[in-house]
Design a binder for this molecule. Structure first.
Ligand SMILES: [Mn+2]
Length: 308
């Protein structure tokens, strides 16, 4: 899959021997207040020390470290206020990268970073975007349905325009994700209120059980067709907990029996080219649980496979 930039080239230049260069900007999203584990805040720094150079050396693209968006933990602010402020800064950073014709790759941090990442992409694209959301969870709680109040369990709902007003802040109307072009893959832990919300919005999803029945190549091909048909463009957000914890232990909320890393990498590499891919996000890297750096390496390989 090679995002944007070749539309104006003549067809023969699209032969496999032609290498397209893109300017990729890696943004660290050092957020943690969306979940229970503060270790997530070190995820981007850990990625940079363990996996960034390998990614740079293996890629045919120009890969630049854009910097880390830090959390501003102010004494008495609520988590909602912290996430709202954080999302605003991350949104602006992502929007700017796209406005310079570069390609943002966000490394989180807890998955509440999605609120900033994708609202920035939607602003740059001037409309709701398609979304391939690969995750063990639905992340579709609202502040009303959530028992824990953890905001990293809410970004999908928020970005579909449900219960997100206090997280997105002023100036946002409607949905950041186009519901009919949004698809979740790898889901195996969710609650009935989340399921209900996705059904109401008309968002499709494939549980791990369905992935095992249909096979990952079939599921991702169907999901990819759906999300990439969004006229405004689309994004890919991968929560590392979608993967089997044996392959990717460095996450805050591991769920057994997940996607097999090698299979996911190979299927991602086989997806067809689309110039409509606008950004990538890899979330929930938690170094506290990633003793040998295995999960950071997986994050790097996922990016490489998506941008091959
Ligand atoms: Mn998630």
């Amino acid at each position: 899959m090679i995002p944007f930039g070749v539309a104006s080239l003549s067809p023969y230049l699209l032969s496999p021997s032609y290498t397209l260069f893109m300017n990729i900007e890696i943004v660290g999203a050092a957020c943690s207040v969306g979940g229970k584990h503060r270790g997530c805040r070190q995820g981007p720094d850990f990625f940079r020390s363990k996996a960034f150079v390998a990614l740079q050396q293996s890629s045919q693209h120009h890969i630049h470290w854009n910097g880390i968006e830090q959390e501003h933990l102010l004494g008495s602010s609520s988590n909602t206020a912290l996430v709202r402020g954080y999302s605003r800064r991350l949104r602006e950073r992502v929007r700017k990268i796209i406005s310079h014709q570069h390609f943002p790759v966000v490394i989180g941090g807890d998955h509440s970073c999605a609120i900033g990442t994708w609202s920035g992409v939607a602003q740059a694209q001037r409309g709701a975007v398609g979304m391939l959301w690969i995750d063990a969870h639905m992340d579709s709680h609202t502040p009303v349905s959530s028992a824990s109040g953890n905001i990293h369990g809410m970004p999908v709902a928020c970005l579909l325009g449900a219960g997100g007003a206090r997280l997105l802040g002023r100036g946002h109307h409607g949905s950041v994700f186009s519901p009919q072009h949004t698809c979740l893959v790898g889901v195996r832990s969710y609650e009935s209120m989340e399921l209900q919300l996705l059904r109401e919005k008309g968002v499709s999803f494939y549980t791990m059980e369905q992935v095992n029945q249909l096979g990952l190549p079939r599921v991702l091909s169907l999901a990819y067709k759906k999300v990439s048909s969004c006229p405004t463009g689309f994004g890919v957000s991968i929560d590392l907990d979608a993967l089997d914890p044996i392959d990717a232990p460095g996450v805050s909320v591991p769920e057994p029996d997940g996607l097999i890393v090698d299979e996911l990498l190979s299927v991602l590499r086989s997806l067809p080219y689309s110039e409509k891919l606008k950004a990538i996000e890899i979330a929930e890297l938690n170094p506290d649980f990633d003793c040998d750096g295995r999960t950071a390496a997986v994050a790097s390989k996922l990016i490489h496979s998506l941008l091959h």
